[in-house]
Design a binder for this molecule. Structure first.
Ligand code: BDP
Length: 667
C-alpha cells in the first residue's frame, strides 16, 4: 500500500459484510432507457472493479444480477442527483442523468466499503452546491505554489500528445466525491497559458475529464491583452481589449465547448487588474463575463490587499467589494476566502458573507496546508470548514446558506507524490472538501469515519480511535501555533514555523508584529470602535457580540481585542496563563495523537503506518518549537515568568530567531 489508491481501495470485505454481499449476487445491469455513454460505461466499470475487489473474486455474470441502474429517470433532476434503494432482491440506482448514475455508483461503493448491508440502503442525494471546484495553484513549469506534495500533476510539457494515466485517476477521485470543476493553473497566472498551444493542451484534459463530469477553468491574467495580445492597454472599457477577450473566448469554446470560464486574481499582491486603469472590480469582471456570454462563468477573487491604506487588511476586501453589490453581471461569481485575512489556522468568517445579497458569492477554502504545517503536520480540516459553513452571518443565513446556491472552491493539495497529497492524512482533506461541497450539512465526524474506513480499515476499534484523533487535530494546531485568536505569526516567505518577532518587512501587514501588537501592557488587535472598527463590517448582532471581550468567545479574543496580560479569562486564568495553557494543550494533543496512532499499528499496513508515525514525530517536535519560540518571544515582550510548573522553553529566543530554512518549500 503506497496511498496511490486514495479512498478508492475497495479493500476485501470480511465476515458478515462479505457473506451478505456474496449472497446478494451483486452483478450490475441497466435498463434500456439508460443512455449509452462514456459516463455510464465508467460507472459500470467502476462498480465492477469495486465489487470484484471487495469480494476478492471476479464477478460471474449469470444474468441474474441484483444491481439495477436506471440513469434516465425523468422524476430526478439531471444535476447529479440520485437515489439508492435496497430491497431483498435488488439494489436500484435511479438518476436523472448518466452523471447521477456515476455519483450514485460511488455512493454505493462507499457504503459497501464501510460494510453496509445492500438490502437496507436508502439514500436520496442531491448536490447542495452547483459548483464544487478545485483551484490548482500549479505553474506551467511544474512548480506548485504552496504545494507540499511534489511537482504539479499536470504535464504541460508533453500535453497534448502525451497524457499521463494519473489524469484519469485524478478524475475518478474527484468524481467519487462530487467535484465537478477544476481550475488547472495558478491564480498568479501566466498570460501565455491563454495562447493557442495551451488551449490544445487544455482541450485534451477537458476531453478526458468530461465523462467524469468535470469542467475545466483557466486562471486568466488580466493584462493578457497587453502581455500576449499586442495591445497597448488592458483597460476593460477599451473596445479593442473587449474584442480581444471575446475572440479569445471564442477560440477556447471552439476547442472546448463546455469550458467553465475564467478564474481571476486582480489587483492583489502585485497582480494586474482593472484598478490599474481607474476601473472597478465590476468593470473588470463584467468585461470578461461579456466575452464568455452564456457559455461560462467569471470567478473573480475577493482576496485583495493592494496598497496598504493605513486601516486594516481585514477591512479591505469588504471595502472594495460591498459597494459594488448588484453591479456584477449574472455570470460573475465573487470568490471569498473563509476569513478576511488569509487561510490562518482559525479565522472568524469573512464579513462579506451575507453582506452582498445581489451578488453570487462562493466560498474559497485552502486544502493545501500553507499555514497549518504543510504536509508533515496532521490537521484534518473538515472541522475548520464546518465552523465557517455553519457560522451565522447575522444577515439571516449561515455561510453555507449564502454560498450553497453558488459553490465552493478548494485550493488543491495534489502533487506528483505517489500518495498525491504529501501525506496519507492530507488525502482526508481533499476528500472532506468534496464531501462538504456536495453536502455542507455533513458532520466532520461522518466524513472522518467514512474516509478512514475506506482508506485504512473499517474495523470499529480502529475507527473509534482514529476518528476522534482526526477531529481534534486542527484544534491542536491552532493551540500550538496561534491560540486565542492570534494569527499570522509564521516565518516569512515559506510560512513554516514561528516568527512572531518579525517586524521589519516592507509592508506593515506582512509582519507578524502587525497582527499580534504585543508589548509590555498587552496583546491583540483592536478591531472594535476604539481600534480599526473592522468589526462594523459584520451584521449588527454579530458585531455587538464581538464588541465586548466578555461576550467574545476566547477563540476569537485577540483577533478582535487588545487586552492586558492580566485580563481575566472565563477559565479563571489570566490571559497570560491561559495563553501558556493553550500552547501546552496543543503540544499534549500531538503527543496523544502519536500514542493513539502507535496503538493502531495492527490495523494499518506497515508502510503507511510508519509514514504517519514519522510525520507525527516531526509534528511533536515542531509543536514544541512553536510553543517554545512563541513563549520565549512573549516573555521577552512582557517580562513575565511562566506559571509555576510550566516547562521553560528549550532554547533562548536568540536561538529561535537564528533558525533559517533554505530547504523549506518556498512559495
Ligand atoms: C496566500 C499565499 C499566496 C497566494 C495568495 C492568494 O501565500 O501564495 O498567491 O494567498 O490566495 O495565502 O492569492
Amino acid at each position: 500500500e503506497d496511498g496511490y489508491d486514495l479512498w478508492l481501495r475497495y479493500a476485501p470485505l470480511e465476515g458478515a459484510a462479505l457473506e451478505r454481499l456474496q449472497a446478494f449476487n451483486p452483478v450490475v445491469h441497466f435498463d434500456s432507457a439508460t443512455p449509452d455513454s462514456e459516463t455510464t460505461d465508467i460507472a459500470i466499470a467502476e462498480l465492477e472493479r469495486g465489487l470484484a475487489s471487495m469480494l476478492a473474486r471476479p464477478l460471474a455474470d449469470d444474468g441474474q444480477g441484483k444491481i439495477a441502474l436506471h440513469c434516465a429517470d425523468p422524476a430526478l433532476p439531471a444535476d447529479g442527483s440520485f437515489r439508492l434503494a435496497g430491497a431483498a432482491d435488488a439494489v436500484t440506482l435511479l438518476a436523472g442523468s448518466d452523471l447521477g448514475c456515476l455519483y450514485g455508483t460511488y455512493a454505493l461503493l462507499r457504503e459497501l466499503a464501510q460494510g453496509a448491508d445492500p438490502r437496507s440502503l436508502n439514500i436520496a442525494s442531491a448536490p447542495a452546491m452547483p459548483l464544487r471546484m478545485l483551484n490548482h495553484w500549479d505553474n506551467p513549469d511544474g512548480h506548485v505554489e504552496r504545494g507540499y506534495a511534489g511537482r504539479s500533476i499536470f504535464d504541460w510539457w508533453h500535453l497534448p500528445q502525451r497524457m499521463d494515466e494519473r489524469m484519469i485517476d485524478y478524475a475518478r477521485a474527484n468524481a467519487s466525491i462530487g467535484i465537478n470543476a477544476v481550475a488547472v493553473n495558478n491564480v498568479n497566472a501566466r498570460a501565455f497559458m491563454l495562447e493557442a498551444r495551451y488551449i490544445e493542451k487544455l482541450a485534451r484534459l477537458a476531453d478526458a475529464w468530461r465523462p467524469y463530469g468535470i469542467r475545466v477553468f483557466l486562471s486568466a491574467r488580466f493584462s493578457a491583452p497587453r502581455d500576449i495580445g499586442g495591445l497597448p492597454t488592458a483597460d476593460p472599457l477599451d473596445p479593442a481589449v473587449r474584442a480581444w477577450w471575446k475572440a479569445k473566448a471564442d477560440e477556447i469554446y471552439a476547442a472546448i465547448p463546455d469550458f467553465g470560464g475564467f478564474l481571476v486574481k486582480a489587483n492583489s499582491e502585485g497582480q494586474p487588474g482593472p484598478q490599474d486603469y481607474g476601473r472597478t472590480h465590476a468593470d473588470g469582471a463584467n468585461m470578461l463575463a461579456e466575452a464568455l456570454g452564456e457559455r461560462g462563468t467569471v470567478i473573480w477573487r475577493a482576496f485583495v490587499y493592494s496598497e496598504f491604506d493605513e486601516t486594516d487588511r481585514h477591512a479591505q476586501a469588504y471595502a472594495e467589494f460591498v459597494p459594488l453589490d448588484g453591479q456584477f453581471a449574472e455570470n460573475v461569481i465573487v470568490q471569498v476566502k473563509n476569513g478576511a485575512i488569509d487561510f490562518q489556522p482559525r479565522e472568524p468568517f469573512h464579513p462579506m458573507f451575507g453582506a452582498m445579497p445581489h451578488t453570487r458569492l462562493m466560498l474559497e477554502a485552502q486544502i493545501t496546508k500553507e499555514y497549518l504545517g504543510f504536509a508533515s503536520h496532521l490537521a484534518f480540516l473538515a472541522p475548520m470548514w464546518e465552523e465557517v459553513l455553519r457560522a451565522d452571518t447575522g444577515h439571516g443565513a449561515t455561510v453555507a446558506e449564502v454560498t450553497s446556491p453558488v459553490g465552493m472552491a478548494g485550493v488543491a493539495n495534489t502533487g506528483s507524490d505517489r500518495n498525491w497529497s504529501g501525506s496519507d492524512f492530507d488525502q482526508a482533506n481533499w476528500y472532506a472538501f468534496g464531501r462538504l461541497a456536495w453536502d455542507p450539512t455533513l458532520s466532520s465526524e461522518t466524513i472522518a469515519r467514512e474516509w478512514a474506513a475506506q482508506t485504512f480499515s473499517r474495523a470499529p476499534a480502529f475507527l473509534d480511535s482514529v476518528v476522534p484523533m482526526m477531529l481534534g487535530s486542527r484544534e491542536a494546531v491552532v493551540n500550538y501555533m496561534t491560540p486565542l485568536g492570534l494569527a499570522h505569526l509564521m516565518g516569512t516567505g515559506h510560512h513554516y514555523g514561528p516568527a512572531p518577532w518579525v517586524c521589519d518587512l516592507e509592508r506593515p501587514e506582512w509582519n507578524p508584529c502587525y497582527y499580534h501588537r504585543a508589548d509590555a501592557n498587552g496583546i491583540g488587535f483592536d478591531r472594535t470602535e476604539s481600534g480599526t472598527n473592522a468589526l462594523a463590517q459584520y451584521a449588527p448582532a454579530i458585531a455587538a457580540q464581538w464588541a465586548d471581550p466578555a461576550s467574545t468567545d476566547p477563540i476569537w479574543l485577540l483577533w478582535f481585542h487588545r487586552v492586558s496580560w492580566d485580563h481575566p479569562m472565563p477559565s479563571g486564568r489570566s490571559l497570560w496563563a491561559e495563553l501558556v495553557h493553550r500552547y501546552d494543550s496543543g503540544v499534549a494533543a500531538v503527543d496523544a495523537m502519536a500514542d493513539s496512532w502507535a496503538n493502531l499499528a495492527p490495523f494499518v499496513d506497515a508502510r503507511r503506518h510508519r509514514a504517519v508515525t514519522e510525520n507525527l514525530a516531526i509534528q511533536a517536535n515542531e509543536a514544541r518549537w512553536w510553543r517554545d519560540a512563541s513563549l520565549a518571544y512573549w516573555q521577552s515582550v512582557n517580562g513575565r515568568e511562566l506559571p509555576a510548573g510550566t516547562p521553560a522553553p528549550a532554547h533562548t529566543l536568540d536561538y529561535y530567531r537564528s533558525l533559517t530554512f533554505p530547504e523549506a518549500p518556498g512559495n
